[in-house]
Design a protein around this ligand. Structure first.
Ligand SMILES: *[C@@H]1O[C@H](CO)[C@@H](O)[C@H](O)[C@H]1NC(C)=O
Ligand SMILES: *[C@@H]1O[C@H](CO)[C@@H](O)[C@H](O)[C@H]1NC(C)=O
Ligand SMILES: *[C@@H]1O[C@H](CO)[C@@H](O)[C@H](O)[C@H]1NC(C)=O
Ligand SMILES: *[C@@H]1O[C@H](CO)[C@@H](O)[C@H](O)[C@H]1NC(C)=O
Ligand SMILES: *[C@@H]1O[C@H](CO)[C@@H](O)[C@H](O)[C@H]1NC(C)=O
Length: 713
């Protein structure tokens, strides 16, 4: 018989019937949009009994969330009643037969197929024999219980199995050679990576870390500047209804053949390409233009759920718009959902070095004013990518563990916008020749900043260099708490080594004046005048006179300057009136200081980025938090600006509390306060987070969160 898969949505749907019109029964399979198990059974019952030798009348995948399979496989948190299992670990299924199983005569095997063209040689068509005892690393099944017409099988899979959606069929035959196959479209099995299985390449040998990096569905993403690190709560939502389906859809849509899905290195590389819309109609469209009117502003999202569901329900139409933290949040969701330990990681002062020259250059003219059009070799205030955990069997020993992967479309890798996985150990030790894209990530965290001045003959001289100018405060959410964990030491050797001290001391012998920029507390606030202190330190025993220039410019977080606001001599203050009409996304400013010491001609140069702190959305739960009982939350926001905010929209979402939606608030007058009450009915017990963010052209990066502990009814 020929099997044909008919697409119904994204799922294959195949029904089977057994024909006994010929003496030797052949298998005949037909396809229907809606499969009807009853029709199949009726058909069987009409057959003369003598011709029914040994058949399976129903298959029970024991897929309940509270059942043994999903509990033992750590998949009970996924919504839905599919059988979701992890590779390298046995699971149980139960078969109802038309009569008791007879071990002497009856033969039986299971088959699993995945992808449009299942092939045994590619591991996408798996034939699972019945054996007496199970062996590791093999597809095998064994009868563990027999009770009347029912048998229970324990099924084993190798830890390198292809992950994804499989259709199950059971073939029975007797010693006479008559065979029958049953396949029921509702009997699909989703196979995931298994970080709890020692043989799996994604094995993570720490229960607390596995809980965080695979099972935690909320987290924190860091942004801002290294001296003013901001944090926002992100709903990864990998277990939310529809997310697993969306992740499988992304795999299906990628160019990778299903046979490639056994190797996490492949899968991660493909995911990194598929999360951005560039060149493959992936999930999210990047936009850094500052105008997001025909989509959602990147800073208005607080969750991956809405984006992934929208992408799936529109059959793969890219969602508008994202920037690096959104790309990273979605990557964390998809990888955790598929069973690969993953986290979002923020690098401050992230070099975007297009030619991988390992330097970032800052140019000044003859008068020591920055030359803006040349200074586009950008250092991003911050950049967010991902770490994912796996063994690297494709590399020499020692490079397993955390791997950097970046879904933000920046540079193409082998013709596609993707980056990684690059071994973090290889980045730290400078082994940039090890695949994939290690030089690119290495440059993001290790770059010298070179200051150049234009000479009278139009050439440039290097006047100053700053070592270790980039790659600071690499941050991720700590395991088991909402604190920030600094993982810079994983990416770079500890600073302060002897070599480093010697080089610093040598340099400072000739440079006896330095400038530093200091900020009060957590830094200037949006809507108020911004004040910074500039410290000129005299390290010599001689008097020193200096001249100093300053310039402040508005900057995208990508380090691209929008324009100069102000130039003046110190002391330094920036009144609100001067920046109010200039700010762009993320509200970062860059102060460039330059000057000379009269006595020694030493060049002084410094660049500092800082952001204007935005107010929080205050989210306060009201009433009792009980599953199935309506409660509310009060969201309060005070406009920090003296001017009106136009067309303000709040976006609210809480996993297990409230699905993601928009609340149109309208205009908010200068310095005025709005309060709105959100009503919802919690659907799941436990510790939950309600996140809210504000979407408005004039003010971005405003968000808030409430922790809500929901009781069972
Ligand atoms: C923003 O983009 C939209 C759509 O491309 C365009 O119609 C509109 O004029 C733009 N607005 C501004 C302020 O540039
Ligand atoms: C960014 O958004 C603007 C306005 O919504 C749109 O006109 C522009 O084409 C977008 N850019 C990209 C690269 O999608
Ligand atoms: C996720 O992390 C937060 C903060 O560390 C913690 O409160 C919460 O219990 C974690 N959730 C899970 C499912 O581990
Ligand atoms: C710039 O100032 C910061 C402190 O504000 C200091 O750490 C850094 O070394 C200075 N850079 C240069 C090039 O002097
Ligand atoms: C630098 O230090 C020397 C010695 O203390 C002092 O004489 C001189 O005035 C100082 N210069 C400045 C600019 O403060």
């Amino acid at each position: 018989g020929k099997r044909e898969a008919v697409a119904a949505g994204s799922r294959r749907c195949v029904c089977a019937a057994v024909s006994t019109r010929t003496a030797s029964p052949m298998i005949l399979q037909t396809s229907h949009r809606s499969c009807n198990a009853d029709a199949y059974l009726n058909f069987m019952l009409n057959l003369p009994l003598s011709e029914i030798t040994f058949l399976v009348s129903s298959v029970d995948l024991l897929s309940s969330k509270t059942g043994q399979n999903r509990q033992e496989h750590h998949t009970d948190l996924y919504q839905g009643d599919e059988l979701i299992i992890r590779r390298g670990q046995t699971f149980l299924i139960e078969l109802e037969l038309n009569r008791p199983f007879n071990a002497d005569n009856d033969k039986l095997h299971l088959e699993l197929k995945t992808g449009p063209l299942p092939l045994v040689a590619k591991g996408t068509h798996v034939i699972i024999p019945l054996v007496d005892s199970l062996e590791d690393e093999r597809w095998e099944a064994k009868i563990v219980e027999q009770n009347g017409n029912r048998i229970k099988l324990s099924v084993n899979s190798p830890a390198s199995a292809v992950i994804g959606l499989y259709g199950l069929s059971v073939t029975t035959s007797t010693s006479k050679g008559e065979a029958a196959t049953t396949h029921d479209s509702t009997k699909n099995i989703v196979m995931l990576f298994n970080p709890w299985c020692e043989e799996d390449a994604v094995f993570l040998d720490d229960e607390e870390e596995t809980k965080e990096y695979v099972l935690n569905d909320t987290g924190r993403i860091y942004y801002g500047t290294e001296k003013q690190i901001g944090a926002r709560t992100w709903n990864f939502g990998q277990f939310h209804e529809g997310i697993l389906d969306a992740c499988l859809f992304i795999l299906e849509k990628s160019e990778m053949p299903p046979s490639g899905r056994g190797d996490p290195v492949n899968v991660v590389r493909v995911i990194s390409a598929m999360i951005n819309a560039q060149d493959d109609f992936g999930v999210l469209v990047g936009n850094w233009s500052g105008n997001y009117s025909d989509g959602v502003s990147p800073s208005a999202w607080s969750s991956s759920v809405e984006i992934l569901r929208k992408y799936h329900s529109s059959n793969g139409t890219p969602v508008s718009y994202g920037q690096c933290w959104v790309f990273s949040g979605i990557t964390t969701t998809v990888l955790r959902c598929l069973g690969i330990p993953a986290r979002s990681v923020t690098n401050f002062q992230s070099a975007h070095d297009t030619d991988v020259s390992l330097t970032t250059d800052v140019y000044f003219d003859e008068k020591m004013d920055p030359i803006d059009y040349l200074n586009s070799d950008s250092v991003w205030n911050f950049h967010v990518w991902n770490d994912c955990w796996m063994a690297r069997l494709d590399l020499p020993p020692g490079y397993g563990g955390w791997q950097a992967v970046d879904s933000t479309p920046q540079e193409t890798s082998q013709g596609t916008f993707r980056c990684g996985p690059a071994s973090v150990n290889a980045i730290r030790s400078g082994q940039v020749y090890l695949k994939h894209d290690t030089p690119f990530v290495f440059a993001e965290v290790n770059s010298d900043k070179i200051f150049w001045q234009k000479n009278l003959d139009a050439t440039f001289s290097q006047i100053h260099s700053e070592k270790k100018a980039v790659g600071h405060c690499i941050s991720t959410k700590a395991v088991g708490s909402d604190e920030r964990a600094d993982v810079t030491h994983l990416y770079k050797h500890q600073e302060g080594s002897e070599e480093e001290r010697i080089s610093v001391e040598t340099a400072s012998r000739f440079e006896d004046v330095c400038i530093e920029v200091k900020m009060e507390g957590e830094g200037p606030r949006m809507g108020a005048d911004a004040q910074l202190s500039i410290l000129v330190k005299n390290l010599s025993s001689q008097p020193r006179r200096t001249t100093l220039h300053s310039q402040v410019a508005v900057m995208y977080y990508t380090g691209v300057l929008k324009g100069t606001i102000k130039k003046e001599q110190i002391p330094w203050m920036l009144p609100y009136q001067q920046y109010q009409n200039q700010l762009v996304d993320q509200a970062a400013l860059m102060l460039t200081l330059s000057g000379r010491v009269s006595e020694t001609q030493q060049v002084l140069a410094n660049q500092t980025t800082f952001r204007l702190r935005t107010p929080d959305l205050n989210v306060k739960p009201l009433g009792e938090a009980v599953v199935g009982k309506e409660m509310a939350a009060k969201i309060t926001f005070t406009n920090p600006l003296p001017r009106m905010l136009k067309e303000v929209v709040f976006r609210v979402e809480g996993l297990g509390l409230q699905k993601g939606h928009e609340v149109v608030v309208g205009d908010i007058g200068g310095h005025s306060t709005v309060t709105l009450t959100e009503h919802f009915v919690p659907t799941q017990p436990g510790s939950r987070k309600l996140v809210a963010s504000l979407d408005c052209k004039q003010l971005t990066q405003v968000h808030g969160v409430a922790d809500i502990v929901v009781r069972e009814q």
